[in-house]
Ligand binder design. Structure first.
Ligand code: GLU
Length: 470
């Protein structure tokens, strides 16, 4: 049987980094088995679902390169749970017909009173089955009923979870949950099962927080006589402090990583290592990930999110990215700082500066920050360290050198360097005594990429303008 997995986010917010890890594992498992990976948007909760959220989630998936196989689905581009509501209702009614579900006419007030009484007696608060065995003739006139599952009351259900192992729950723990509300809309618990069945899902891979739902959902499969898929519940992702990863830890959404200049390959590589391992391998190419991924490699313990490690994985992928590509990816960050787009000439400078920039950066934002000085117009504001370099003697040397630089017909990093070396020798100065003031003049700082290379990239006019602006 071909493997079919799905990612089933509720579109009530952004694409959470934990959700992205789930999606990645579902995607890899399907790819590894030459199967299919499907997207289902769980938009049944109309009050909380928004089109913006759907867009953000799909954008995030696309950015991560996790494409789904039902992109053409009904012209919508994904399987919509809400669109299946009639089918959900139909299955619930089928269950009533086959005796595994029943109509319940209890009013809200009645159920509130029931729960209040249970609370007072210290009993677990759950539906007491008051309509479970009543004949249809008892149905009150004009009251729309809900449909409830006739959950088994004795015995137990065992699940062989591919990650968590064998887990058994006593049926006495289960209640007769609602499948279909009085207005004909399905509950989340019911819709998930019907959709997974209709989509032919063979492996349900999702967060550990769904484990308790699984025992209740399995009862619906049994009631309908459907094959139960394989379940794999993934351990939680914790923040660096050991608490569940959340907004509090700073970057909960996939888009936060994009905005902070992480590369999608790096984020994927990093997410892959959250609860899954292949020996001690840390850097795993997309091809290797598909080749190696299996459910057996997933551990049971939660993973801690480690921003330092993510930074070093990102640095690795930055170094691997060709300069032209990296410049294209960095340009929007610089444009954001400059509040204008880069010209073609500036993008070319950025590309040629890349070999000096990329070994020192962990993110595209860091590259952009380091590269900003290339595009500086006007005069630099110097810090104390930089001001100290510009002694009257240093300034005089630069003035002397400006005259010589002007005569250079072939203005390259090499020709500028030899000119500076010759000058230093002539004046019995160390090279640093002239190179460091040049650095301050061209970069506005005491640290920069190799300064003669910078001069070569800026060109003669801009180099001279910056020196004269001191
Ligand atoms: N919609 C659920 C969520 O966003 C996932 C349901 C599932 O994977 O079964 O948490």
């Amino acid at each position: 049987m071909p493997v079919i997995t799905r990612f089933a986010p509720s579109p009530t917010g952004f694409l959470h980094i934990g959700g992205a890890r789930t999606a990645l594992f579902c995607w890899l498992f399907a790819k590894h088995h030459n199967g299919k990976f499907l997207m289902r948007i769980e938009d049944t909760d109309r009050a909380r679902s928004t089109p913006e959220s759907i867009e953000t989630i799909l954008d995030g998936m696309t950015w991560l390169g996790l494409d789904w196989d039902n992109k053409d689905y009904e012209g919508v581009g994904y399987y919509s749970q809400f669109a299946q509501r009639k089918r959900h209702a139909e299955v619930a009614r089928q269950m009533v017909a086959n005796g595994t579900a029943y109509y319940c006419y209890a009013s809200t007030a009645e159920l509130d009173a029931m729960r209040a009484e249970q609370k007072e007696k210290g009993l677990p608060q759950r539906y007491d089955g008051r309509w479970r065995d009543r004949p249809a003739s008892d149905a009150p006139q004009g009251v729309p009923p809900v449909i409830r599952l006739k959950a088994p009351q004795t015995g137990e259900t065992t699940i062989h979870d591919s990650v968590m192992g064998t887990i058994t729950v006593q049926h006495s723990q289960l209640d007769d949950m609602v499948l279909l509300r009085a207005d004909g809309t399905p509950t989340y618990m019911h819709a998930v099962v019907v959709d997974d069945y209709d989509m032919g899902i063979t492996h349900v891979i999702r967060g550990e927080d769904h484990m308790t739902n699984t025992f209740r959902q399995v009862q619906i499969y049994k009631a309908m006589g459907w094959d139960i898929p394989t379940f794999a519940h993934l351990p939680m992702i914790l923040g660096p402090d050991g608490a569940k990863l959340s907004k509090r830890h700073g970057a909960p959404a996939v888009s936060d990583y994009r905005d902070r200049g992480y590369l999608p390959e790096a984020v994927r590589n990093y997410l892959l290592r959250l609860c899954w391992s292949h020996g001690d391998d840390e850097i795993i190419s997309p091809q290797q990930a598909i080749e190696w991924f299996d459910l057996g490699g997933i551990g049971k313990s939660p993973a801690r999110f480690d921003f330092t490690k993510l930074g070093s994985v990102n640095a690795h992928y930055i170094k691997q990215t060709p300069d032209v590509e990296l410049a294209k990816l960095t340009a929007p960050f610089i444009a954001r700082f400059l509040e204008r787009p880069l010209t073609a000439v500036q993008t070319d400078i950025l590309t040629r500066a890349m070999p000096d920039l990329k070994p020192r950066a962990q993110t595209l934002v860091e590259i952009a920050e380091m590269a900003m000085f290339y595009f500086h117009e006007g005069v630099f504001t110097l810090d104390d360290k930089a001001k100290k370099i510009l002694t009257p003697e240093a300034k005089q040397s630069l003035i002397d050198l400006t005259a010589r630089l002007e005569t250079l017909s072939d203005f390259t990093s090499e020709s500028v360097e030899s000119l500076f070396r010759a000058y230093a020798e002539e004046k019995a100065l160390k090279l640093g005594a002239v190179a460091q003031p040049l650095r301050v003049a061209l970069s506005g700082s005491t640290v920069s990429p190799p300064i003669f290379a910078v001069a070569g990239l800026l060109g003669k006019d801009e180099t001279l303008r910056r020196i004269r602006a001191l």
